[in-house]
Design a protein around this ligand. Structure first.
Ligand SMILES: NC(=O)c1ccc[n+]([C@@H]2O[C@H](COP(=O)([O-])OP(=O)(O)OC[C@H]3O[C@@H](n4cnc5c(N)ncnc54)[C@H](O)[C@@H]3O)[C@@H](O)[C@H]2O)c1
Length: 325
């Protein structure tokens, strides 16, 4: 029997690559990506995978994909995923993070009869710094950056298209995602990718490695392992109960940065060299999720922070062994 076809925009990125791997077990996967931050090396080689080099802000690139294929699921992950980049270049970011979503919805609308679910990657950034915790889907929404504003507008469009045009769709607000292949190269990369890169350098005896903490390390986050995000996204795609709804995807646990560092120190049996810098303006002190809504449709966060960090570290170590060989 021939496989059903799934579109993943941004599939060559950190989260996208993991989603591709999982979906290839069952589906034919089409990735649409402009490789601005994504990499071909994030994609496995498979006869069931097609790569389309394209830009979601260009209608012609999207139309091309929908002319070639009929999709069962669409996962929209392509975005400028950096909050700092969105502050520096709001208009350019908006053309990708907002207009790109509308272009994709317009194309998907024409396949509303065959698309079983359109799933959009939103973010906890929509909640902003309003202090009530944990964040529920019904909590106050107050995005503070162009990135958060475009995510909120995009998820609102996704739900509106679901109600207006019968395109079955849902949006997922990811909290702080971490795991293998996350890019640590920018100072604004996810804190765990930068920390993990420091952990690898320390374990390899690099005496110059140092980890900068902005503030006193008591900031709290809900760190969610990438495999749990992937299983949440697939659940939203396959569930009948997710249509026209927005869900948090997170671990449901919360940890301070100092706790994360202590867990890593136990894993590598070494102390990490730390440098405390002043807190960055605009940083939210505490953010973590209530995940009852997605749990009620069957989600289970499978990976504790300790397990996730151990897997991440083991993956990075094995990569280095491969490079050395
Ligand atoms: N990583 C997190 O903690 C986190 C948290 C909340 C939400 N998200 C969202 O999840 C999604 C995936 O994030 P990620 O961490 O994997 O980031 P990433 O940068 O690794 O992935 C984004 C992908 O989109 C592609 N892309 C960017 N602009 C594009 C364009 N104009 N056309 C086509 N492709 C384009 C990039 O090349 C890349 O492959 C994003 O929408 C991001 O906003 C991520």
């Amino acid at each position: 029997m021939s496989r059903e076809t799934v579109l993943i925009t941004g599939g060559a990125g950190f989260i996208g690559g993991h989603l591709v791997e999982q979906l290839l077990k069952k589906y034919h996967v089409v990735v649409l990506d402009n490789l601005s931050t994504g990499k071909i090396s994030n994609l496995p080689s498979s006869p069931h995978l097609d790569f389309l080099f394209g830009d979601v802000s260009k209608v012609s690139d999207i139309d091309n994909a929908f002319e070639i294929y009929t999709f069962t699921y669409v996962f929209h992950l392509a975005a400028v995923a950096s909050v700092a980049a969105s502050i520096e270049k709001p208009l350019e970011t908006h053309q990708i993070n907002m207009d790109g979503t509308i272009h994709l919805l317009n194309a998907a609308k024409k396949q509303a009869d065959t698309i079983q679910k359109f799933v959009f990657a939103s973010s906890a950034a929509v909640y902003g710094s309003e202090p009530t915790l944990p964040k529920k889907e019904t909590s106050v929404i107050a995005p503070m950056t162009p990135y958060g504003i475009d995510k909120l507008a995009s998820e609102s469009y996704v739900i509106a298209y679901s109600r207006l045009f019968g395109l079955k769709a849902s949006a997922a607000r990811f909290f702080n995602v971490y795991g293998p292949r996350q890019n640590p190269d920018s100072p604004y990369s996810g804190v765990l990718s930068i920390l993990t890169s420091c952990v690898e350098r320390v374990s390899n005896g690099d005496e110059k490695a140092i980890f900068n903490i902005y503030g006193d390390g008591t900031q709290v986050r809900d760190f969610v392992y990438v495999d749990d995000i992937v299983s949440g996204l697939i659940l939203l795609a396959e569930s009948d109960e997710s249509t026209s709804e927005v869900f948090n995807i997170a671990s449901g646990e919360n940890h301070t940065l100092l706790e994360v560092i202590a867990i890593y120190e136990e894993i590598i049996h070494q102390k990490l060299p730390l440098r405390f810098e002043s807190a960055r303006s605009g940083d939210i002190h505490k953010s973590y999720a209530n995940i009852t809504k997605i749990k009620n449709i069957g989600y289970r966060s499978q990976t504790t922070l300790r397990e996730g960090l151990a897997k991440y570290h083991a993956h990075e170590t094995s990569q280095e062994v491969m490079v050395l060989i």
